[in-house]
Design a binder for this molecule. Sequence first.
Ligand code: SF4
Length: 440
Amino acid sequence: MKTAKMLDSEPPDLGVPLKLHVPSISISQLKPPSEPNNSVVRQVRSQFKVSHKSEEFRRQFYPSSTTEEWNNWRWQNRNRVRTLVDLQRMITLADDEAAAIARHTGALPVGITPYYASLLDPLDANQAMRKTVVPVLGEYEISRGENEDPLGEDGHSPVPGLVHRYPDRVLLLVTNFCSVYCRYCTRARMVGSAGERSVKKADIELALNYIEQTPVIRDVLISGGDPLSLDDDRLDYILGRLRKIKHVEFIRIGSKQPVVQPMRITPELRKVLKRHKPVWMSLHFTHPDELTPEVEEACGRLADAGIPLGSQTVLLKGVNDDLDTMKKLMHGLLKIRVKPYYLYQADPISGSGHFRTPVSTGVELIRGLRGHTSGYAVPTFVVDAPNGGGKIPISPDYVVGYENGDLLLKSFDGGTYRYPDLGHSLESTSTLDLTKRGVS
Ligand code: SF4
C-alpha cells in the first residue's frame, strides 16, 4: 500500500551539477552526423531504440558513458546541459544566444537533456528546435500586454499547486521540474525556480484534500513542470489517491517527457499508469524533427498500454508557423498514434514577442489543413484568453449566411454550397447577417 511518506522521497540524483565528458575537438569538427536522422543503430536492454544521430552525439560528448546509461532517464537528468560553458562545448552559440544565457537569472533556466541536445543543429542558430530551448535576448524584451501570469492562474488557486478555473476541472501542479525548459513556457514564472523540485509534499496533500472535498470536480489534469519527471512511486501515490476519489472520473497527465526524454517511458512506468487506468495523456510536441525513432518507441509503449494520447502544440514564429511544417507534424503524430488535439496561440508571457505570430496565422494554418488532409490530423486552434477566460476556439469562417431557409456554406476549396436547414425560419436572418456577408 502506498503512503504519504512516499512523497518525501526525492530522487537522489536530481540537481547534481553536470559532469560532461568532452573530448578535445575543435568547433569545425562539430558536424552533424552523416547517417540519416531516423535510422536506428541498436536496441538495448528493454528494447529501447537509439538513433544514429544520438549515438554519434553520445560518443562525441559523453564518451565514457554506455548506451545503457544513455537510455537511463536518471542519467539523462544528471547530465542535462545547464550552463553556457556546457552548451558552448556542443554547439556554436550565436552572440545573441550566448549573451542571453549569460544574463539569465531566476526561473526558467537553461535545461536540455543530452538526448534532446543531440537533435540540435550545432551550427545553425535558426534551427527550429534550437530556438525552442536556447534563450535569446528577445526574452528580455517585454511587449504590450505581456506579464508573468497571463492566464491568471495564480488568482484561481484555492490552495498552493492547484488551479480551479472551470467548475468541474482542476489543474494539479505536482512539480516545478522539467528535464527540458521551453523558452515560451506559460509557467515560466515558476518552472525551474526556487530549487527545481520546490513543490512540497504538504502542498500536494492540501491539493489532493481539496479535490477530495470538492465533489463538483470530475476532471483532474496533472501538470507542472512535468509530472513524468517524478519517480514512479510518487506518481503511483498521486494517481492512487485521485483514483480513490469517487467523483474524479477523468485523469489526464500533461507531459513533454516522451518527446525530450523518451527513455522515461519504462516498463515500470507503464505498469504504474496501467494500474490507475484510464489515464489520458496530452503530449507536448513542437516540430516534426522531434518525431524520432526513440519518440515513436515511447509513444508506442504508451499506446500499447492503453493510454489515449493527444498532442498539444504551441504555434511559434519561425518554428512551426508554416503549413508544410505543421502538416508534417500532424501527419507524423498520427503515424505514432497521437491524435493532434490543440494548437495553441502562444500565451503573452513576459518576453514572448519573438515567438508570437498574429492570431490570423493560426487561422490560416487550420484553413490549410481542414479538408486538405484527414480530419484526424486537424487540431483545434485555441487562444487561451488572458485573465482566466479559458480556451476559446478560433476557426476559419465557413458559414456564408442564410438564404430562403438554406444555410450557405463555403467549402475548403472555395465552392459555395446550400444546406436545407429545416430548423431555421424561411424569413429569419437573425443569427447571421446576410447583407454584411454580401449575400442578397
Ligand atoms: S515542458 Fe511544459 S512546463 Fe516544462 S518548460 Fe516546457 S512548456 Fe513549460
